[in-house]
Design a protein around this ligand. Structure first.
Ligand SMILES: NC(=O)c1ccc[n+]([C@@H]2O[C@H](COP(=O)([O-])OP(=O)(O)OC[C@H]3O[C@@H](n4cnc5c(N)ncnc54)[C@H](OP(=O)(O)O)[C@@H]3O)[C@@H](O)[C@H]2O)c1
Length: 413
């Protein structure tokens, strides 16, 4: 029979203590290695530009912690980085990834607030998809005891971005309405959950049809991405909506603006429409750019509309707002501890399965967040594997789409 109450709590606490002790022991024994595994992007392009390789072990500098990584977040943005579709991309070869969770293995000099063995999640400006990451403490946050490493890697980017757009930029309040694209994805689900923390907020979501059953509880009005969503929203709310969150760009910018109520806020925070295939398409890039509504401030003034843009990574790594982000993270962790929000994890993948994981996003298959689990072994491929370790990480040309005939099943969370 299951144990109850105090007995159960004591046992759970004992188990947590024992696990933490085991983790610290592991951390200490793995601390002498000179190399680590990492995903490397050898050049911008298709999935064949990614492989797992060995890299020199990083060591923490002043004010940094060294994290033994457990899990990393895989975001839509990583597809754009791989293709070279982002503004001012760094020069490859590079290790992609902007967020991870794990255990502090050592701390650099003058590093305050963290100890060996702390369970943490972190933002990094690239380099996350590796066994070990060093990050300045300004970008590192302690995880609540009850949060899993997979949840932590699904938390930071999605929830901080969603929270800042809704509450810092658009000033979401009781009774408002919000329209969000890609409602079944990582950010989309974070937006839906955060909206549910404010009374009487109505969420209009757009997502591929097959996701609707899974996300119906979190989104009041769901539309298929192929329907004329302007007409559908106006049938329900003729005046439009208070907040439009647009991660698609292109023709959706004009549509979003046309849906705003007076005093409503439109926020552009992505350009998913620019990704139309495995590699960068100059045609999609130009089309998206060309289709963006050219906004006249006089028209905004006459129509009482607000236009905004939001990029969390720029805020963190270019504009130095880590203090503000830390205060947002504190509020989000309270909401998590009060069980008001919980990251939705779509699936877990080994580092060696990064191509298949990315393909799942290209195929619009994910509901929630994809996670790279550093300790997971790859599921064997049916045909010969093309993701073998390359010592130097140097580029070996492979034909595009070479994995078409091979399939791995993800571990669905
Ligand atoms: N500015 C920021 O600070 C910030 C932070 C995080 C994310 N973002 C942006 O927010 C958006 C969502 O990011 P995410 O990481 O949470 O990803 P995500 O929503 O989980 O991305 C995957 C989903 O996007 C939809 N999608 C739209 N256009 C697509 C395309 N061309 N190819 C494939 N899928 C497409 C698909 O869902 P449906 O088929 O259901 O539409 C797909 O399942 C992205 O544009 C990302 O760049 C911005």
């Amino acid at each position: 029979m299951a144990k109850e109450g105090a007995d159960m709590t004591e046992e759970t606490e004992y188990m947590i203590d024992k696990n933490v002790k085991k983790e610290i022991d592991n951390v200490e024994t793995s601390g002498n290695a000179k190399e680590m595994r990492a995903v490397i992007l050898s050049g911008f392009g298709g999935l064949n530009k990614l492989r797992v390789t060995k890299k020199a072990m990083p060591e923490p500098q002043d004010g940094e912690v060294k994290i033994r990584v457990k899990t990393c977040g895989l975001n839509f943005l990583d597809l754009m980085v791989r293709q070279g579709t982002i503004d001012n991309p760094p020069k490859p070869p590079l290790v992609p990834g902007f967020e991870c969770s794990g255990i502090v293995e050592s701390v650099g000099e003058n590093t305050k607030g963290f100890e060996i063995g702390d369970r943490v999640m972190a933002f990094v400006n690239y380099d996350a998809w590796a066994e070990v990451v060093c990050a300045p403490v300004d970008f590192v946050y302690k995880m609540p005891d009850e949060m899993t490493f997979a949840e932590a890697a699904a938390f930071s980017l999605n929830f901080v971005a969603a929270y800042m757009m809704l509450f810092e930029v658009a000033n979401l309040r009781e009774g408002m309405s919000v329209l969000v694209h890609s409602a079944g994805g990582g950010v989309g689900q974070a937006v839906a959950q955060l909206c549910s923390t404010v009374p009487n907020v109505t969420v209009f979501g757009i997502a591929s049809c097959f996701k609707h059953a899974a996300i119906r509880d979190s989104v009041a009005h769901l539309f298929d991405r192929n329907v004329d969503y302007i007409q559908e929203v106006k049938k329900i709310s003729p005046e439009g909506v208070d907040i439009v969150l647009d991660c698609l760009c292109g023709e959706n910018t004009g549509k979003g603006l046309s849906l705003l109520k007076p005093l409503g806020t439109y926020i552009l925070y992505g350009a998913s429409n620019m990704v139309t295939g495995e590699t960068k398409s100059f045609f999609s890039f130009a089309k998206s750019w060309w289709q963006v509504e050219k906004v006249n401030p006089i028209k905004l003034y006459e129509e009482n509309k607000v236009i905004a843009g939001f990029s969390l990574l720029n805020l963190l790594f270019k504009q130095g707002r880590c203090g503000l982000v830390k205060s947002v993270m504190d509020k989000l962790l309270c909401l998590y501890e009060e069980k008001k929000i919980k990251p939705v994890v779509d699936s877990l993948w080994a580092l060696e399965e990064v191509k298949e994981a990315m393909q799942r996003i290209h195929d619009r298959g994910n509901i929630g967040k994809l996670i790279l689990d550093v300790e997971k072994s790859p599921t064997p491929l049916m045909a010969s594997d093309s993701t073998e370790t390359s010592e130097a990480g140097e580029e070996e040309e492979e034909p595009e789409g070479d994995n078409d005939s091979k399939e791995r099943m993800p571990f669905i969370h």
